[in-house]
Ligand binder design. Structure first.
Ligand SMILES: CC(C)(COP(=O)(O)OP(=O)(O)OC[C@H]1O[C@@H](n2cnc3c(N)ncnc32)[C@H](O)[C@@H]1OP(=O)(O)O)[C@@H](O)C(=O)NCCC(=O)NCCS
Length: 169
């Protein structure tokens, strides 16, 4: 996907508003996942969005989406974003985003095709996607454990934790 950033996309500093980029990341994730799955996909989570560099009004912004990992019904889309100054002829890599989409048919999650990993890079990308998913599950479980611990703690314990360097202890 590519689009010229317009004045209505600007924030208070005259750069492109992050929210404008997020909306287009969502669209690119939709297009990439739905084309792969052959059915409508919905956004389940924005797993990570990094803003490496700002984007100027007037830049041609290019969104390149690819399927990096698939589960049973979910599709992880990685989106690389580049801002091109068409007058100067320069291009900058401004964002990387990862979005999990879920294929839907008749209102229910729908099994997606297997991702065929042909090259070494494809295989590494897929394994990294699987690792990210496993780490997200572990991270979620750890957050729940710590949340329960905080809620069960006495006030004195919370005061001690406020100045502690290790909340996960
Ligand atoms: C996303 C959604 C379809 C998942 O439904 P669900 O009943 O939890 O479905 P399941 O538990 O069967 O999970 C289906 C898949 O979604 C994944 N999933 C569910 N919630 C997720 C989340 N928060 N983050 C990442 N993946 C998620 C599961 O891991 C599973 O993947 P897999 O089949 O590859 O293993 C449902 O939560 C939903 O409709 N959410 C709203 C979507 C929406 O409105 N988006 C914005 C507009 S498009």
């Amino acid at each position: 996907m590519s689009e010229v950033m317009q004045p209505q996309d600007a924030n208070f500093m005259g750069k492109v508003f992050g929210g404008a980029i997020l909306a287009k990341i969502d669209l690119c994730a939709y297009a990439t996942s739905s084309r792969f799955a052959g059915t409508v996909c919905v956004t389940a989570s924005f797993d990570r969005v990094d803003f490496h560099d700002s984007i100027d009004v007037g830049n041609l912004v290019i969104f390149i989406g690819h399927v990096s990992y698939v589960g049973r019904t979910s599709v992880e889309v990685t989106i690389e974003i580049y801002a091109e100054d068409v007058i100067k002829g320069t291009t900058r890599h401004t964002n990387t985003a990862r979005v999990t989409m879920v294929a839907i048919k008749d209102g229910r999650p729908q099994v997606v095709p297997r991702l065929i990993c042909e090259t070494r890079d494809d295989k590494i990308r897929f394994l990294e996607g699987r690792l990210r998913r496993e780490l997200r599950v572990k991270h979620g479980e750890e957050r729940q454990r710590i949340h329960a611990k905080f809620n069960a703690a006495a006030d004195e314990e919370l005061d001690r934790l406020l100045v502690s360097d290790n909340l996960a202890e």
